[in-house]
Ligand binder design. Structure first.
Ligand code: IPD
Ligand code: CA
Ligand code: CA
Ligand code: CA
Length: 265
């Protein structure tokens, strides 16, 4: 049986080590490329950070599997055994343009169950951390379940770009969600925004399209504080393919699905 506390400690050490390297890299010019379009960036720092984790994991735990955004390494098609799901830099656009509000995100899963979750906001030096069944923390402070608030008192994390999408042939249901909430925030890092839900800084975070590495780390934090993650139709998030995502306090997650974005809407 794996020692999750020990694995979590090792993952945290590597995270701090990778973050030091990222901060050093920020001080010098680095190569930026567009992937699928001008809003989809990757830098050599993303790729080097992913390669750093891959090397560390394969040296220390050769039988563990690895799934990372930049795909420099292996593609997996199952979640049996121990799988590390890593986004080396979540919020690459912030990294390139703002040099703040980007995170290293790590989820360690066993047979599809989240065991360790890390979201490290590098420049804020905020490490969100959880081991299954042992609570979630930001640095040394334990996170406690935030109280449910009615939607008109709730703050939701959402990228405004999603309001420009058409949905079937009628109005985008997110428009109504935005109208009915107290306010919207958009920080540009899904992992940080989901960690903020776990930390009760946001009541929900909603996205039309994320990938497993965006939510694998934060999902473990959310679970630990009793928050929910699901697709727009209320289904469990997949670790092998992405899609729509809601991360929220339980009653709010149900309301967003049933009254706004679920199949009935
Ligand atoms: C992106 C960020 C962003 C979200 C995008 C993600 P990346 O991840 O999390 O906030 O809106 O959907 O792809 O590419 O910076 O790792
Ligand atoms: Ca990306
Ligand atoms: Ca990401
Ligand atoms: Ca990324």
């Amino acid at each position: 049986m794996a020692d999750w506390n020990e694995l979590g400690r090792v993952a945290r050490d590597w995270t701090y080590e990778a973050a030091d390297e990222i901060k050093r890299a920020l001080a010098n010019p680095f190569k930026v490329e567009a992937k699928s379009g001008p809003d989809d960036l990757v830098t050599e720092v993303d790729k080097n950070t992913e390669a750093f984790f891959y090397k560390k994991i394969k040296e220390a735990y050769p039988d563990h599997l690895f799934l990372g955004e930049e795909g420099t390494v292996e593609k997996i098609n199952h979640t049996d055994g121990i799988v590390w799901i890593i986004d080396p830099i979540d919020g690459t656009m912030n990294f390139v343009h703002q040099k703040i509000k980007f995170a290293i995100s790590i989820g360690i899963y066993e047979d599809g169950i989240g065991k360790v979750g890390i979201v490290y906001d590098v420049m804020a030096d905020e490490l969100f951390y959880a081991v299954q069944g042992q609570g979630a923390f930001v640095n040394e402070v334990e996170l406690v379940a935030g109280k449910e608030r009615p939607l008109d008192e709730s703050i939701i994390g959402l990228n405004a770009r999603w309001l420009t999408e058409t949905h079937h042939s009628h109005a985008n249901p997110l428009t109504a969600l935005v109208r009915d909430s107290r306010s919207i925030r958009s920080y540009g890092s899904a992992a940080i925004e989901m960690a903020y839900v776990a930390a009760d800084r946001l009541d929900a975070y909603v996205s039309v399209n994320l990938s497993p590495w965006d939510y694998a780390g934060a999902s473990v934090l959310l679970e630990e504080v009793g928050c929910r993650t699901s697709s727009f139709t209320g289904k469990k998030l997949s670790l092998l393919e992405g899609g729509t995502v809601i991360a929220a306090k339980p009653a709010l997650q149900r309301e967003i699905v049933s009254a706004y974005v679920g199949e009935e809407n």
